[in-house]
Design a protein around this ligand. Sequence first.
Ligand code: SF4
Length: 330
Amino acid sequence: MSPPLLQVNDLKKHFPVKKGLFQRKSEWVYAVDGVSFEIARGETLSLVGESGCGKSTVGRAILRLFDITSGQVILDGQRIDDAHPSTMRQMRRRVQVVFQDPFSSLNPRMRVRDILAEPIRNFGLAKSAEDLEVRVTALMDTVRLPREALNRRPHEFSGGQRQRIGIARALAAEPELIVCDEAVSALDVSVKAQIVNLLQDLQREFGLALLFISHDLAIVEHMTHRVAVMYLGKMVEVAPRREIFAAPRHPYTRALLSAVPLPEPGAHRNPIILKGDVPSPINPPKGCRFHTRCPLVFDRCRTEEPTLRAVGGEQWVACHLEDGAAVANG
Ligand code: SF4
């Protein structure tokens, strides 16, 4: 088996909270607290969970938009979490991002031509001015936008078209991995489907790996290879799409998936309503972080943290119920 393109080992990112007159650090937000996973070349891994679970922080840590607290991020066998700036330049080319709001991530004063040319120039990918022009026009074809639109500015496009420009800009760097951070969340349903189809086509054409960060499980079900579920800074379940949607094992995953509409008209799942709100990541619960809301909680859950472990095939779950002895203890 070939080594993974991306490996994340025990990633932690804790943000300081500054309080008081002198803005001293007094508390920490445990945004991501020990997350590990891998992505193979050409694979889509979807990172899902409620808002505030830490999924976007994981994406930003991989992009090295900040320093991580501890752990390792390894791209193609090379650590990027503490890479030297000269190595990091090439790493940045290989991992690109598409954000949720293309309008705020595209410079409104720049023409599309310049937006697409910028990464090509920055990474020295064009051999000549002609080559630059060929690449820019080819990118427009690839994301199915008219070449005439190269001289327009972002505000002259619809939301879906702007997201196509964002994807073209990411592709301009010839990446191997694209982090899609809620990349279709702000779009209308029909436009969402078009952008997801485009991402899938591009993945096949260029062998891209995608880290698809989303709270929209209906979209995830349609397009991913594997799913990783996060809750309060921890990963609670990782499994191939078919397994997780057919037979989710973690009580939190079951609740999340129970809210996903079924495609057949009139069909519905039995919704599992979780009590209470997600606790604060400043002071997460001891033991299993989900124990304050879990319908199946028992004594051990309140004191002992479950670890993520294989439960058969490629499915991994962090829950004491997967440990035969634990049920007896309850
Ligand atoms: Fe629920 Fe306990 Fe499993 Fe946590 S470990 S998900 S509280 S049953």
